[in-house]
Design a protein around this ligand. Structure first.
Ligand code: MG
Length: 204
């Protein structure tokens, strides 16, 4: 399986990092070794002094496909969960300033915790109105709603599949809303999809 991610998909997050709004979705990948499951703790790596949390809705791909038209995209994902796109912001800034790829800042071990439970798509009344949030030590830090995405689920799937064949079991991180920030040892991160706690992990 592979993990694909979209960057700069929420206007307020683009503004907080003073990035430019892209014309086309910004896509990057994380290796499967980035996955962190079953609420295992996240160990801060020693190569960064500024690891940020980015809570995101995550799509689970259920069918192989290439060149998927937007109108058929809904048949290619069957469940939605939560993930954190941990980012070594200091390293990413250094790489960005040199025009270099972000892989090491985004794809390091443990940089992609996902919820154990993914909710079947059929359980959502409206995919364009999904609320999610991240709390750090019980305090809300990030709040998002899928209506605020610049590129919606169907567009993301259609766009990626022009370049990269999607396969059953692949995961797509769909971008983070504003409120990203540094995590510290001892923090407890809890992620909610609507009002259900799906993620609960400690930073060590
Ligand atoms: Mg992200």
């Amino acid at each position: 399986m592979k993990i694909l991610c979209i960057g700069r998909n929420y206007a307020e997050h683009i503004a907080e990092l003073q990035n430019e709004t892209p014309d086309a979705p910004v896509i990057f990948a994380k290796p499967d070794t980035a996955l962190l499951q079953r609420n295992q703790p996240f160990f801060l790596p020693d190569f960064s002094q500024d690891i940020h949390h980015e809570i995101e809705l995550v799509l689970r791909i259920c069918k192989n496909g290439k060149n998927i038209e937007e109108k058929f995209a809904p048949t290619y994902f069957d469940a939605i969960g939560l993930g954190i796109d941990f980012t070594a912001r200091d390293l990413q800034s250094k790489l960005k300033s040199k025009g270099l790829p972000w892989e090491l800042a985004k794809g390091f071990d443990g940089s992609a915790p996902i919820s154990q439970e993914f909710k079947p798509v059929a359980e959502f009344q409206d995919l364009k109105n999904i609320n999610f949030r991240l709390e750090v030590n019980g305090e809300v830090r990030q709040q998002g709603n899928s209506s605020l995405m610049l590129h919606d689920f169907n567009k993301i799937i259609s766009y990626i599949s022009q370049f990269i064949t999607l396969k059953m079991g692949d995961l797509i991180f769909t971008g983070t809303p504003s409120g990203v920030g540094q995590v510290k040892i001892g923090d407890q991160l809890t992620g909610y999809l609507e009002n259900e706690k799906l993620l609960d992990l400690a930073v060590k």
